[in-house]
Design a protein around this ligand. Structure first.
Ligand SMILES: Cc1ncc(COP(=O)(O)O)c(C=O)c1O
Length: 430
């Protein structure tokens, strides 16, 4: 499997041939955090985080700093998933029809408990895209001439769906740009201005943690302002839940799309749609599904990847064992380590705030003045080809393109330092 990955990368010209070979991390048990430890103290405990990293079997061909795409499964989750796949395959329809339904209900209930919502307020989906398309496309309180709004930081496909409302609902679609550098007050002010400027504004898309520069949006504050003006918000928390110490009700929003295959580390293909109790009628039944107030009629996935949902409880259990506050603190420490160092490098602009309310695991940078997609793709490619550091270029911020850097809970300080050495070299010779 590792050899196959290497061969594919080599063929694609994305990896230089090197002597080092990939190897699995040693199977250390997950340590118990010291009883009196706080998340901030535990974040610095390298022995503890080495024991977390040992739960993951990751390539060492590259320094993986694009962990926002999806979250690798830890070994216990992968084991559960692989066993579940075999069980499903052996049992076929007999298993799917007689045993799986109860397992599905159990996974659903555990997900609802972790999200902090009632079981009848969520439906499990294949991911945030499916959830958010159902919410944005189905939101039925729009009349021709109304206004909906999104921001430059929002996710590409959600922007597409928001723009589609122009033809689907006959509404005006407004795009705003969030300020850079961002401040808590500045971001809220932009939404306050938009709410004042567009009296026919009815619905806004808010991205909790955006995938371009990683800024955390003050969703609850903006939701409260919106509610006071009768405006609904649909929250894209593809990246928020699982890496930030929060539950869905903290967003104070009635609609949210959630990913469980990013920061919870469930198998790829697991997310959820949230509709606050009482709000189901404001989302259309999904493509002609039966009407009524059952949330399950608002999204329809069809036959699911059974094993992915069977492994969800294992992912949630590990998430809870490590503790979301501890994960958040560790991810912040790793992020801050590179952000602080990168700010000292001549010619590098870091797109990140230090206000803890705006900080996630994700942050981005660009070489000064280099704002085009091609320039940032070239920087990311140099990091990979010359230094074996894997990042991803991101486009379409109002300020231009950038390179996104995302550690995971298995990332080490040494990984971050390798990236910083690489960035120093790229900036010097750039
Ligand atoms: C902010 C944001 N929203 C939505 C999505 C869509 O998630 P998925 O492709 O897992 O459905 C992503 C994926 O990266 C994302 O970053």
């Amino acid at each position: 499997m590792l050899d196959h990955t290497r061969r594919t990368l080599l063929r694609a010209g994305l990896l230089l041939p090197v002597a080092a070979s990939a190897s699995a991390a040693p199977a250390l048990p997950l340590l118990a955090p010291p009883a009196a430890s706080t998340p901030a103290v535990l974040a610095t405990d390298r022995a503890y985080w080495a024991s977390v990293a040992a739960q993951y079997d990751m390539v060492d061909d590259v320094v993986l700093l694009d962990n926002g795409y999806w979250g690798s499964m830890a070994r216990p989750v992968l084991d559960t998933y692989q066993r579940a796949t075999a069980t499903v395959n052996r049992g076929n329809a007999w298993y799917g029809r007689t045993v799986f339904p109860a397992e599905w209900v159990a996974a659903h209930q555990q997900a609802a408990a972790a999200l902090g919502v009632a079981p009848d307020e969520i439906v499990l989906t294949r991911g945030a895209t499916e959830a958010l398309q159902a919410l944005i496309g189905g939101y039925n309180r729009l009349r021709p001439g109304d206004v909906v709004l999104y921001a430059d930081v929002d996710y590409d496909n959600m922007i597409t769906t928001m723009n589609w409302l122009r033809t689907r609902r006959g509404v005006e679609v407004v795009r705003i740009a969030l300020p850079e550098p961002a401040t808590h007050a500045g971001v809220i002010a932009v939404y306050a201005q938009a709410l004042a400027r567009y009296p026919r504004l009815k619905m806004m898309l808010l991205t909790h943690v955006n995938h371009r520069n990683g800024m955390v949006l003050p969703v609850a504050e903006i939701s409260r302002m919106a509610r006071a003006r009768g405006v609904d918000v649909i929250v894209d928390t593809a990246h928020g839940f699982g890496q930030l110490d929060m539950r869905i009700p903290d967003l104070e929003a009635d609609f949210a799309g959630i990913n469980l295959h990013k920061w919870i580390g469930a198998p790829v293909g697991v997310g959820a749609v949230y509709i606050k109790r009482g709000r189901v009628p404001d989302i259309d039944p999904y493509m002609g599904e039966r009407a009524g107030n059952d949330i399950r009629s608002r999204v329809h996935t069809g036959t699911v990847n059974f094993a992915a949902y069977m492994a969800l409880p294992a992912a949630l259990a590990l998430h809870q064992q490590i503790g979301v506050a501890n994960k958040q603190a560790r991810l912040r420490l790793l992020r801050q380590r590179w952000v602080d160092a990168a700010r000292q490098i001549d010619g590098v602009d870091v797109l990140a705030s230090d206000d803890p309310r705006l900080v996630s695991a994700i942050a981005s940078f660009r070489l000064r003045g280099q704002t085009t997609p091609a320039q940032n793709a070239a920087v990311s490619k140099r990091l990979l080809l010359e230094h074996r550091v894997f990042t991803v270029p991101r486009d379409d911020l109002a300020s231009g393109s950038c390179v996104r850097v995302t550690p995971a809970i298995f990332t080490t300080e040494a990984h971050i330092d390798s990236f910083i050495d690489a960035l120093r070299h790229v900036a010097r010779t750039g």
